[in-house]
Design a protein around this ligand. Structure first.
Ligand code: GAL
Length: 656
């Protein structure tokens, strides 16, 4: 188990390095991440490399048993790069270039930038391939921007479209360019969609795909070099959880494992549904465990700072991720920097460099993780409930949300949070993935629904699965045209419904609704209403207003050996989703290992012959949880009775 910090030896005097390494070792840290913003110190002038300082830092760390992940430093270019090659700076919509001095400011089609990136990557890979304590690489830092609107990006986009569609006739058909007479007669006529709320939706979707692909290509060039020179090192990247400007499935494909940056302590303390879902999305990218590359170590901010983790919270945040599949964990950052834009982004140590409360709590966590390592090693989270997670739907909904309050992540959270409260773990899967491991699949807000995916969902239900779909699922095809069918298109037969009309509800409009089967008699439909006509399905919730009496707000249908449920609106009452989940689990004959009290998170990691139950208390009160008795709790070594008491923000790991 690797536990450690992001470390910046270049920020401190050399004589401090041994002090830092000693403190890290004492804390139980055995890994650091280095050099992601150190390009200037590694290549002070074009083609002149200086690796001596990093060799020295690595040697100091090695003497204290600390391994290192090195980064390709391309997220922050030195000032000499744009001074020599101004064209590497991304061009903004208004035609001006980004001004150097902040990170992530290069154009990804710049051949110059790609060559400079390849050169520093190759020089580092050659130099550090045999450094004994280097174990892996992080590519760049947090891919995601910027979008560039330069001439090269435009011509590369046109060339990319040509490869994708083959002919202009195919592209014109795919984008529906008969509308507003937009048909193209030459590839060079195709514009960049500077206004994604007004340009052709097909163009916008492809532009987003292209932008994502540019990042993937840039990383792929670095990965190829690293693989050639450092075959024994792993390669990862620090993803950003629910960030969704890139197709993370594609970015992850070239890596050994995904890592991600987790900063969940911005607002007031709360149940961390967001960080849980982000972890599940990250695990889903490669269907394997992940690392946390950066984790909240203190208050953060560039101008103003947020709150500091409360006593117990650094440990609690760490356990939430361990429970959901983290196999390595690094806090960001070691020591708070006295200089630069991130002076307020606090590390485990403050500006003063003293090992105080936050350091001690991280050290306690690290030591516990090492004790747990033999149990945790090789285990994974293996849920029987899946949610489809789709970047293309996210993008297409950004261009056209349909109803004003439509937010993809919020739509997923309505179901996800209810499953979390029920103690059920979830896999986030890519549309088109094999669904055989699952008993329940939730396709929420799955706006883009290619026919092949719709057919797979039909087959899933026919074979005995339980499907939940909701409003705006299945509206579009993969080119962002509306399907020329009555909604919900190919899903009509499993769902047993038809939707001929739908409407958005302004903030001052809502419909009272009434559920059957324990789904809540006093419900309120907000934001959007599908006027659902049952065609074989049973109505679970009906709208109360006179004009909607014939229509259903939620339905259930037996199809083949399975069930398909539909929710045609957003219910204001959270309890609806809790009851819906209860119904779904009953149909799927699934039960959580433990039904947690409010605010307690449950996750199970397992391997052959081993099952570990993690309990994470997100509340600041002690919580009693009913657990299987006679089992060993690994942190205390005590046997369980029928109940286990978690301290405020406390955690438990029970071997089942
Ligand atoms: C992360 C980034 C770090 C650091 C941190 C605080 O997103 O990867 O380099 O900037 O945020 O701003």
């Amino acid at each position: 188990m690797y536990v450690g910090v992001a470390y910046y030896p270049e920020h401190w005097e050399r004589r401090r390095w041994a002090v830092d390494a000693r403190l890290m070792q004492r804390a139980g840290f055995n890994v650091v991440r280095l050099a992601e913003f150190a390009w200037k110190f590694l290549e002070p002038e074009e083609g002149r490399f200086e690796f001596g300082w990093l060799d020295e830092a690595l040697a100091v760390l090695r003497r204290h048993g600390i391994a290192a992940i090195l980064c390709t430093p391309t997220a922050a270019m030195p000032a000499w790069v744009p001074a020599k090659y101004p064209e590497v700076m991304a061009l903004q919509k208004d035609g001006t270039r980004l001004v150097w001095g902040v990170r992530k400011n290069n154009c990804f089609t710049s051949g110059t930038y790609r060559l400079l990136s390849a050169r520093i990557t190759r020089a580092m890979a050659e130099h550090f391939a045999r450094t004994p304590n280097v174990i892996g690489w992080q590519t760049d830092n947090e891919f995601g921007g910027p979008v560039c609107y330069c001439g090269t990006c435009r011509s590369e986009f046109q060339a990319w479209l040509r490869t994708r569609y083959g002919s202009l006739a195919a592209l014109n058909r795919a984008w529906g360019t008969h509308f507003w007479g937009q048909a193209f007669g030459d590839w060079a006529e195709i514009p960049l969609p500077v206004d994604p709320t007004a340009h052709n939706p097909g163009l916008c979707l492809d532009w987003q795909r292209f932008f994502s692909w540019l990042n993937v290509r840039f990383q792929r060039e670095q990965v190829a070099i690293l693989r050639a020179h450092c075959p024994r090192h792993f390669i990862t990247h620090n993803f950003m959880g629910l960030f969704s400007d890139l197709d993370y499935y594609e970015l992850a494909a070239d890596l050994d494992h995904v890592s991600w940056d987790n900063y969940p302590v911005w607002g007031k303390p709360e149940v961390r549904y967001g960080a849980a879902m982000a972890a599940d999305v990250m695990r889903g990218l490669k269907k394997r465990n992940f690392w946390i590359m950066e984790q909240t170590a203190g208050p953060g901010g560039w101008g103003t700072f947020g709150r500091t983790p409360r006593p117990g919270e650094i440990r609690n945040v760490a356990y939430q991720q361990l429970a959901r599949g983290a196999d390595g964990m690094l806090w960001f950052r070691w020591r708070t920097c006295t200089a630069g834009r991130e002076q307020y982004w606090h590390g485990l140590l403050g500006h003063d460099g003293r090992p105080l409360r936050r350091y001690r709590e991280a050290a306690l966590t690290a030591r516990e993780f090492h004790r747990l390592a033999p149990h945790v090693s090789g285990t994974e989270v293996r849920p029987q409930v899946a949610m489809l997670y789709d970047y293309e739907s996210i993008w297409a909904l950004r261009f056209q949300p349909g109803y004003a309050k439509n937010d993809y992540h919020q739509a997923l959270h309505r179901h996800y949070n209810a499953l979390f409260r029920a103690g059920m773990n979830v896999d986030m899967v890519r549309p088109g993935d094999d669904l055989r491991a699952y008993k329940v699949v939730i396709a929420s807000d799955l706006f883009i629904l290619p026919d092949a995916v719709a057919r797979a969902l039909c087959a899933f239900v026919a074979a005995g699965g339980v499907l939940v779909a909701d409003c705006r699922t299945g509206v579009k095809d993969e080119t962002n045209l509306c399907h020329p069918r009555t909604l919900p298109g190919l899903l009509s037969s499993p769902l047993g419904i038809e939707i001929q009309e739908y409407e958005a509800l302004a903030d001052d409009m809502q419909y009272p609704a009434a559920g059957a089967d324990g789904l809540g008699e006093e419900l309120t439909a907000v934001h959007v209403a599908d006027w659902v006509i049952p065609r074989g399905a049973e109505t679970l919730v009906r709208y109360r207003p006179r004009h909607l009496r014939r229509y259903a707000a939620a339905t259930r249908h037996r199809f083949g050996k399975g069930w398909a449920l539909y929710v045609g609106t957003v219910f204001k009452e959270e309890v609806f989703y809790d009851q819906l989940v209860a119904l779904v689990l009953e149909h799927a004959r699934l039960r959580p290992v433990v039904t947690p009290p409010p605010g307690v998170e449950v996750a199970v990691r397992e391997a052959r012959g081993r099952r570990l139950l993690f309990l994470v208390n997100h509340t600041e009160q002690a919580q009693r949880v009913r657990v299987p008795s006679g089992k060993q709790e690994l942190l205390t070594g005590r046997r369980t009775g029928t109940e286990w008491t978690l301290d405020a923000l406390g955690v438990a790991v029970i071997r089942l």
